[in-house]
Design a protein around this ligand. Structure first.
Ligand code: HEM
Length: 432
């Protein structure tokens, strides 16, 4: 009878969460038990459910999303991000998201083209200098610095340079310099609250024309009540955008260079494609997307190494997934890393083959087998700006340089909050 059905699963318990061991376990259990299984979580004394079928993913993230909140692990993220849109729930989340959504529209994102181009040009000069000296580029550090600079300038605009001058350093640098995401980091990061509050106060006291996310947050209002966003809410959203917008984009770029280093034939195709595009930086996301193969390379990189490799959701009421009844308050885990390598939905899934993102192939694929930016109402709000900056980076650098690693041994992966390389990616650059 339906009600007594229980998904299969291992006898021994294991607390699934953000660690390398979790990924290894999920891979093992998936091979053994299939697209839905349960694992006892000793820490909470409950069973967790893991799903890996696109139909169930669609149900949790889209068609029945109202029955789910975010799940296991969110308490830790809240310490860092407060009640920003990454962690908030219900009507509060809906209201905040509605107020922020227009700022991420493609038309608005296009206005960041000069910023994105200028920051990439600066790093291109830095790499040219390394090429002249015959020194390797630390890709991990540089993509981290580059994406942090773009996200900070897109939020604070000209105030960032003013702050740096006034304080003698960039106060937000800790985000790129400190790789650990522990309580110590959370404490240091939250202490930036004061600085953001001062900035808001200063802008109010000395009104000037600004074009940046902070200005947009300060100008937005609730469409039902007409009330502006409160200062506390605004600060949490700013801190959320910094963290969410920086690490994911940086690790995605690092993975892309890593994959290209291991597949020189793809790197050569990319260079050919880039050489066919007009010189200079793209002035819009559409123009950047016109370098079609660069987009496919990034999509394929996000398939193999999605920085957000594990999502959790928690049922409010009972649900049914994969034919099994799921109790209220059950944590459901979705692992894009494994979903993106599902043999039932991907041909030769372990291979790096950007061409699989040619439009004909995409149309034939299950839409919910590929979710690097998630799907449904809580999908990534920053997808457009992330794609824009990654495309500009990849085309700017491929046009000017050839990159190679000194040896092509595989590097180890680290699956913590984000999916990253465990060690720094060092590459030699040669001007073309
Ligand atoms: C390659 C880069 C990026 C990837 C792979 C990525 C991925 C994701 C994913 C998977 C989620 C959903 C997480 C979940 O549901 O548990 C998400 C949410 C979010 N992302 Fe991104 N992201 C990227 C870049 C950015 C950027 C550049 C920004 C902002 C400037 C951003 C801001 C956010 C925010 C605010 C949310 C929470 C949305 C909500 O819950 O309403 N992300 N992202």
């Amino acid at each position: 009878m339906q009600a007594t059905l229980i998904p299969p699963g291992p006898e021994v318990g294991f607390d699934l969460g953000g660690s390398d061991e979790s990924l290894a376990r999920m891979r093992e259990y998936g091979a053994k038990y299939g697209d839905i299984y349960r694992v006892f979580a000793p820490a909470r004394g409950v069973y967790n459910i893991v799903i890996n079928h696109p139909d169930d993913v669609r149900r949790v993230l889209l068609s029945n999303h109202r029955n789910y909140t975010k799940g296991e692990g969110m308490d830790r993220v809240k310490i860092l991000l407060g009640n920003g849109i990454m962690t908030s729930e219900g009507d509060f989340w809906r209201r905040q998201r509605r107020m922020m959504q227009p700022s991420f529209h493609r038309r608005i994102i296009d206005r960041f083209a000069t910023l994105i181009g200028t920051v990439n040009d600066k790093f291109s000069e830095r790499w040219a200098d390394k090429a002249r000296r015959g020194e390797p580029v630390n890709i991990t550090d540089d993509t981290s610095e580059l994406t942090l600079e773009i996200v900070l300038q897109s939020i604070f605009g000209t105030d960032l340079a003013r702050l740096e001058k006034q304080l003698g350093e960039n106060p937000f640098e800790v985000v790129a310099k400190e790789p650990n995401r522990d309580l110590k980091f959370a404490f240091r990061f939250r202490s930036l609250t004061r600085l953001v509050a001062d900035l808001i106060a200063r802008r109010r006291a000395e009104p000037e024309e600004h074009f940046d996310f902070l200005a947009m947050l300060m100008a937005t209002s609730d469409r039902d009540t007409g009330a502006p966003m409160g200062d506390k809410e605004m600060i949490d959203e700013v801190l959320t955008l910094i963290v969410a917008g920086h690490e994911t984009t940086a690790s995605s770029l690092t993975w892309t260079w890593y994959l290209l280093s291991r597949h020189p034939e793809v790197a050569a195709t990319l260079q050919n494609a880039v050489d066919q595009t007009p010189p200079g930086n793209a002035t819009s996301l559409d123009a950047a997307l016109a370098a079609g193969f660069a987009h496919q390379v990034l999509q394929e990189s996000l398939r193999l190494y999605p920085p957000g490799w594990l999502f959790t959701r928690r049922t409010l009421e009972a649900d049914e997934l994969g034919g099994f009844p799921i109790a209220p308050r059950t944590d459901v885990f979705i692992c894009p890393y494994l979903l993106h390598r599902h043999r039932g939905f991907w041909d030769d899934p372990e291979a790096f083959r950007p061409q699989r993102f040619e439009s004909v192939d995409v149309e034939e694929r299950h839409r919910f087998a590929y979710i690097p930016f998630s799907v449904g109402p809580r999908h990534c709000i920053g997808e457009n700006i992330a794609m824009f900056e990654m495309l500009v980076h990849l085309t700017t650098m491929s046009r000017r340089f050839e990159l190679a690693r000194s040896d092509d041994a595989p590097l180890e992966m680290e699956a913590q909050i984000n999916l990253r390389l465990r060690s720094n990616l060092m590459m030699m650059v040669k001007t073309r």
